[in-house]
Design a protein around this ligand. Structure first.
Ligand code: SF4
Ligand code: SF4
Length: 226
């Protein structure tokens, strides 16, 4: 067993008289107290410097934040989702279930497309909020909003059905938190088929010449080598 050397600390007179150290500690406490009182008069919702007073104080959320999902309606109040299932196929967590159907007679005006989703469910407990479902939706119907308070006591409540997803949309709209529609990326039209065929013929011709030239070159090279 290795014995540790005994180190005796030498205390100064100021340290031995405890009152000096107590005064130093009180001075530090007073300094922080004055700093906090000054900070509480600062303008803005975040007045206390040490922490944000959640839920009263909330930070601004980035527009690209991906929170709770919603199913959007158009300006006429029609459901945009056509039940194509592209979002379910793109989802890496396999947490979306969509059933497609046709609107009942007399209810066609409720839907923007000829088909609609009869049921739509997202299991939020499995979702990783990657946003691939939003990106893959051809109708901009499924969008991830800015709501991040998704905790619940019951796992069943974490499966969002169609009604809840539409309710999320109405709430986001009333709070002015809807995302702007995505800007389409310009895509150049491919060249006409005839032109491609012509180019192909030209290439064939040029490649033929090249092969002849290549043959000549190789022959002359062989002569040089000889
Ligand atoms: S955000 Fe990602 S994991 Fe969640 S439902 Fe959409 S695709 Fe699936
Ligand atoms: S949300 Fe979009 S991708 Fe998903 S089923 Fe509806 S239309 Fe298709």
């Amino acid at each position: 067993m290795v014995r540790r050397p005994v180190v005796k600390k030498e205390y100064s007179l100021g340290e031995r008289v405890y009152l000096v150290e107590i005064a130093k500690g009180l001075g530090l406490t007073w300094k922080h107290f004055v700093f906090n009182v000054k900070a509480s008069f600062r303008k803005g919702p975040h007045t206390v410097p040490t922490c944000w007073q959640y839920p009263e104080d909330r930070r601004e959320i980035a527009p690209i934040f991906r929170g709770a999902h919603m199913l959007q309606l158009n300006d006429k109040g029609q459901e945009l989702c056509v039940g194509c299932g592209m979002c379910a196929r793109a989802c890496p967590a396999k947490c979306i279930t969509v059933k497609r159907g046709k609107p009942a007679k007399g209810e066609e005006d409720k839907y923007a497309g000829k088909t609609m989703c009869v049921s739509f469910e997202i299991d939020i407990l499995r979702c990783i909020f990657c946003g691939l479902c939003e990106k893959s939706c051809p109708k901009n119907a499924l969008v991830l909003g800015q709501d991040y308070e998704l905790a619940d006591y019951e796992p069943e409540h974490c499966i969002y059905d169609k009604d809840r997803l539409i309710a999320n949309f109405h709430r986001a709209r009333s709070e002015g938190l809807l995302k702007p529609p995505p800007v389409p990326i310009p895509v150049e039209a491919p060249p006409a088929k005839k032109k491609i065929a012509q180019k192909g013929d030209e290439k064939k011709g040029s490649s033929g010449k090249a092969s002849v030239k290549g043959g000549k070159k190789s022959a002359s090279n062989r002569k040089g080598e000889a």
